[in-house]
Each structure stands twice: as C-alpha cells, then as structure tokens.
Design a protein around this ligand. Sequence first.
Ligand code: HEM
Length: 502
Amino acid sequence: MSIPLFLALGAFALLLLRFLFTSIQYYRFSKAHGCQEPPAMPQLERILGYDRFKHQVAMSKAKQLLPDIARRFEDIGADTFTVVSMGRKFWVTRDPENVKAILATNFKDFGIGERFRSMGALLGQGIFTSDGGLWEHSRALVRPSFTKSQVADLDTFETHIQHLIAKIPKDGSVVDLQALFFQLTLDSATEFLFGESVDVLRSPAGSEQQLFGLAFDYAQMELTKRTRLGPFLWLYRNKDFDIACKRVHNFVDKFVARALEYRRATRAGEKAGNVEEKGKYIFANELALATDDPLQVRAELLNILLAGRDTTAGLLSNTFFVLARRPDIWAKLQVEVDQLEGKRPDYETLRNMKYLKFVLNESLRLYPSVPGNARFANKMTTIPVGGGLDGKSPIVIPKGGTVVYSTYSMHRHKALYGEDAEEYKPERWETLRVGWGYLPFNGGPRICVGQQFALTEAGYTIVRLVQSFERIESRDPTPWLENLHLTLSSGNGTKVALFARS
Ligand code: HEM
C-alpha cells in the first residue's frame, strides 16, 4: 500500500472513530437527561442547507427576514426547531424557557462564540466582544459608570436635542428623522464616552468628526458581513474596512491619551487640564482610573459606542415611524407631555411618565433593536423544552452547537401577547406581565448595561419633540420594512412632516 493511501485511510479511520465516540456520548447524555429531538425545518437537503441560505439572502434583500423567521415557527407549529444553513446546524427558538436557560440559569454552558474573531479588528477585546474571565473583567470595569447620576446628564443632552430640532423643517417639508436620530445618538454617545461630542449634527461635511462618523458607520456595516461569513471569514479581505478601522482608532486614541493623562495627573494630585475644570463626567477618564492599558480603554469605548448608539437610534426611528401613522397615540402622548407645561423633564419625571413608558415598551416589543441573537455551547449541555412530539422534553445541544433565539418572533407570539400580538397597542402594558417573554435588553449576567441610559435618552427625545411640534404626518406610503444589520431600524427611514406648535 502506498504511503499517501495509508495516510488517507488512517485519517478516515480516525474521523470515523471520532464520529462514533461523539455519537455514543451524545446518545448516553441524551438518555440520562431525558432529551428528545425537536422538529426539523423541512429542507431540500440537510447537509449543506444551501436552499435555506439562498432563501435567507432573498428575504434579507427584500427587507423581510424577520417576519419570515416568525412565520417559520407558525408553519412548523413549534417554538423550537432545527435548521441547517451553510453546512451548520442551528437550534432556533422563541421559547422564553429556553432563552432564560441559555442567558441565565445555564449561563456558564454558553458563550458568544466567534464575536471577537469577526469584530475584533474594529472593536478590540472589550465588554461586547469577550467571554469568560476577560468579559468579567470588562464588565467590572464598565458597570460602575452606568449608575443613575451618570446616565442622567440631561443638560448636556439638551444641547444635542436643540441641534436636532434646528435641523427639522418647521413648515411641514419632508424630513427623514431616522438619519437625524443616528447623528443625535452619535453626538450624545461620544460626549458621554470621550468628554467631547463629534457634533455631527453641526460639523461641516469633510471635517475630521464627520469622517470619523462615516468611518465608524462603514466599519460597523462590515462587521455584519463578517459575522455572517462565519467560518469562511478568512476568505474575505476588504482594504476599505482596514482603512476605516485605522481612521476610527486614530480618532479615538486622542481621547485615550487624554484620559491616561487624566489618570497620571489624578494620581500625582495635579489638576488634569481643562477636563477636570469643566467638572463633567467623562467615561474615558473613569476607565483610565481603573486601567492604564490604552488598548483596553480604546476597546471599551468602542464596544460601548457600538452597543449603545444604533440601538437607541433604531428605537427612536421605529417609534416615530409609528407615531407618524397613529395620531391617536401622538394625542395621548401630548396630553401626558403637556402636564409638564413646557418644562424640561428630569430623570425622575421621565420615569414617572406612564404612557411614555408604554410607548417605549411597545416599540421595543414589536421592533426590538436587537431582534435576534445566538449563543454557542461550550460543552455538551441541554435546553429545557422543545423536544419530542409534545415539545415538552429537554433538547441536547452538543459542544459547539449554536442556539439562535428570535426576540422578534417571541415578542409577537400570540401565546404570550394574545390574538392582537401584531398590533401596536401601548395600553397593553397597563396589565401585561410576560417575564422572559419580553427581552429587548437581554437578561442574566450579560443584560444590557445601558438600559437606563437608552430609555432616558429616548424618552427625553420624544418629550422634547412632542413639546416642540403640534403634529406629525407620515410622508411614506410603504409599510414598515426592516433595516437589519447588527441592530434593527426602519428599512425606508422615517420620512415625515412635522408642524411646529404655535
Ligand atoms: C434601545 C437601546 C438599547 C437596546 C435595545 C439594547 C439592547 C442590548 C442587548 C439585547 C444586549 C445583549 C447583547 C448580547 O449579549 O449579545 C446589550 C448589551 C449591551 N449593551 Fe445595550 N441596548 C441599548 C442601548 C445601550 C446603550 C445606550 C448602551 C451604552 C451607552 C448599551 C451598552 C451595552 C453594552 C456595553 C452591552 C454588552 C453587555 C455585556 O455583554 O456584558 N446599550 N444591549
């Protein structure tokens, strides 16, 4: 027998042995835990799953991927099923019990997988891109900066809102509010993180700030592509992405250097330049007091910018998309807002505005800024329900298995929200209690750290716009479509006309 043939047969035998060993392990584990298989989505073939991949691409182009996934659950008649796409098997669920298990009760058995590999080039290793001990370290570093006093700097936020309002035509001409909301949240997030806003709502085209904003937007879009490529990422190269990352890093590094200088001066008991004189809270400075590693400071700043900016802009865009079509809801908001008699709300006032809270809840229910997510088993484990004919048995998830959870589908599930689940109805929050069935900010140890920041900012923006404008009308006849990248916003923007209060 020739040597190459001998080696090939040897490799084949090893693979076969490995397959047999894992199958026996899987079978034993499954039996010991009383597991059953969930239904499989009907596919032409389940080896490559190319049909599914092709369908997903088509749905994505039509901006209809999310409703398509939600329909799958109905067609299959189950809350958990398996599907094969690009040679990989996925366990897809909208069952709150399963989501709770992977995010909280069984947290240690699941990780975020390859996020660092696909996003690290832009974001480095920070709270959003790391797992295990590194993530714990990041979380401990970042968490203290999100206490109430630091998220409630509404005076600073007011200046950005005024820049936004200045850009809205007062005579009812068409404006795309979504584009403005993305600028607003970039301005406010950079002010909070760097101590200095990029001020894209006002800075001239071609300025360094504008270029930073464009580079960050571009690199972020590429992250979606890189994530979708999964194991094939190594085949993909894009020079423009590398250039955008460099531009973003160079821009942020100035603030990192300033923060490290603040650390040095604070430790030496000196005054740290004009930063301290202004007396305002700067996230980068607080980070630098906890670590002197410039790469870590940069990574945390960019991780938070990514996690916090588009999510809040998406929430606002989708809310105003609805408000422009629902004068009844606008009128109810107006009644509540008018109780302030034109005064700016503070943090406590915002928290006590019941109808405003219902509107935000309802927007995040039907249009969750993070509409789907995945967790990867780091050892053979289980999810509690979905197996067997009655869907009540646990399911085995092998090591490396991917559980995808569709928050979008869960939030529209009639079993949780009733027959009118698809309807935008803020009043439902008067009595609704759904626990893990409502999860816009995730749950468990990796729950969103910026939840209060986001709700304060979005609530404040809505109040200030309702105070400034008498009414809003849609200027877009098309129904809502998705704009789905890492986060969700409106596929056709938020084209509206606003009429100033007299
Ligand atoms: C409407 C607005 C927002 C929504 C819906 C939202 C939602 C979420 C969700 C679902 C996650 C979990 C992601 C995952 O584990 O895969 C998350 C994580 C995170 N969010 Fe938010 N977020 C919002 C705004 C913000 C803001 C404004 C900030 C910061 C200023 C922020 C900072 C973070 C961070 C740092 C994480 C990572 C936490 C960790 O992994 O430990 N988010 N967010």
